[in-house]
Design a protein around this ligand. Sequence first.
Ligand SMILES: *Cc1c(COP(=O)(O)O)cnc(C)c1O
Length: 368
Amino acid sequence: MTATETQFTQHLSTRRTPVEEREAVLANPGFGNFFTDHTAIVDFSVDESGVGGWHSARLEPYGPIALDPAAAVLHYGQEIFEGMKAYRHADGSVWTFRADANAARLNRSAVRLALPQLPEELFLESLRQLVAADQDWIPSGDGESLYIRPFMIATEAFLGVRPAREVSYRVIASPAGNYFGGEVRPVDIWVSRNYARAGRGGTGAAKAGGNYASSLAAQLEAEAHGCKQVLFLDQFNDNAVEELGGMNVFFVFRDGSLVTPALSGTILEGVTRSSVIQLGRDRGLDVVERKITLDEWRDGVATGDITEVFACGTAAVITPIGRLRDGDEYIGTADGAAGEVTMSIRSQLLGIQTGAVEDTHGWLVRLV
Ligand SMILES: *Cc1c(COP(=O)(O)O)cnc(C)c1O
């Protein structure tokens, strides 16, 4: 089993969602509520001689996973995932964005969680297989897309603590509406003082479900204080700004610089983040990856040196940050509109993804 097979066998669903039902979903998909008719699967196992390999690549009807109750993922959380989108262009073709970066990140996450690395070609083929079979599920309205969720779980039934020798890689897809219902409004963010999402040497730089599990208590705290999202700080490093639970953060300065926290091992390296860095440089902004503290944020907003703050990630693209709430203190104002630079980068990025703006960096990958 040394060679990795990349050929997918297709077991197409004989009970696809009826057209009217699918169209009702596509009329108002929301985010992450409905799933398409198929799932792509590749299994990994280690044979008796200790050699591991990927095999049984296949497309199957979407449905529940039969897992042994002792499966390692259920006990020790050995799980990683990715998040990306497929966009239908005006000529009917279907594209995704920087899939090579997602493939590379999946493998960095795999190394950290002691899961096997997946060859990039197999990753890309899994996306093509699923999206080709379920392309009728891609909504075509403004700001709409098909959200793709590749993930990898430890399926071996074994309660000892060691990396699983049986693993399953899967891809599911979910039609996604315009995150903001057409309007982009600044959101209020809660500073987490009681919880951290990542620590030095931990799994913060990996896209792992466990990071999200540990962010939920902070998210509840945010909601209890009227905020939409949580900001995590490095409280052992002058309250350096890290990121939100699932989005990276950028600061627009009056002097024409664009600042984002430097990757420190505790921040997830977003594909949107790297794209915003590139687009910022393209438009002549002085893009700097460095440490930025909560004090600098507070002072910068007070003096007017910081003019805009936004968060970014695949799901919501770019979200302007209105106010930051730290206990009873607010940084920023409630009536702020979305910033100019924020909105301009947002529409450029969305334009590239949807085919309306030229893709000068070769970021788009054709799926269908
Ligand atoms: C996925 C994720 C992001 C955003 O990454 P993108 O590749 O831009 O979608 C940021 N922070 C965390 C913690 C994430 O899991």
